[in-house]
Ligand binder design. Structure first.
Ligand code: ATP
Length: 135
């Protein structure tokens, strides 16, 4: 029985991560989902949120803004619209995005695309949590 999984995280722009990990937790469409070695094959949609993986006994985080995950033969592929490691997150930009989205959702101007504002808020909160701040 395998003790690790190969995790690969790719966006349309680049490969963000590719390595062996011990476990993964992803923001699946139905809620957070854990994947351990020898997991059954699976395809799932992902929401904006935080991907957590364990490597050499440490938990590491990545912010993603939604996409898909495929699990097959101890390989987990995450195809994400965007994905950032903590050190690449611009905290001020994420804070500004969160404030913009919160203001729109509070003021509800006519014609507001509520779902779009909610997704923008979730992306910003995922980035802040990944950077170690309160989303
Ligand atoms: P903003 O309103 O600040 O542009 P957004 O959520 O609309 O935020 P996205 O469309 O999800 O941004 O991402 C566009 C590009 O910018 C992607 O390459 C993404 O990785 C990057 N990006 C967005 N926000 C940040 C951030 N706070 N720090 C680092 N990179 C970011």
């Amino acid at each position: 029985m395998a003790k690790t999984l190969n995790l690969e995280v790719v966006t349309p722009e680049k490969q963000v991560f590719s390595d062996e990990v011990q476990s993964i937790i992803v923001p699946a469409a139905e809620g957070y989902l854990g994947v351990l070695p020898n997991h059954a094959p699976l395809i799932s949609g992902l929401k904006p949120g935080v991907v957590k993986y364990r490597q050499e006994g440490k938990t590491q985080l990545l912010a993603i803004s939604g996409g898909f995950m495929e699990v097959s033969s101890n390989k987990v592929t995450i195809l994400a619209d965007t994905a950032e490691r903590p050190e690449h997150i611009d905290i001020e930009r994420a804070r500004a995005a969160r404030e913009r989205a919160e203001k729109r959702l509070k003021e509800r101007p006519p014609g507001l695309d509520v779902a779009r504002a909610e997704f923008a808020l979730q992306r910003a909160m995922a980035r802040l949590r990944t950077a170690g701040l309160n989303g």
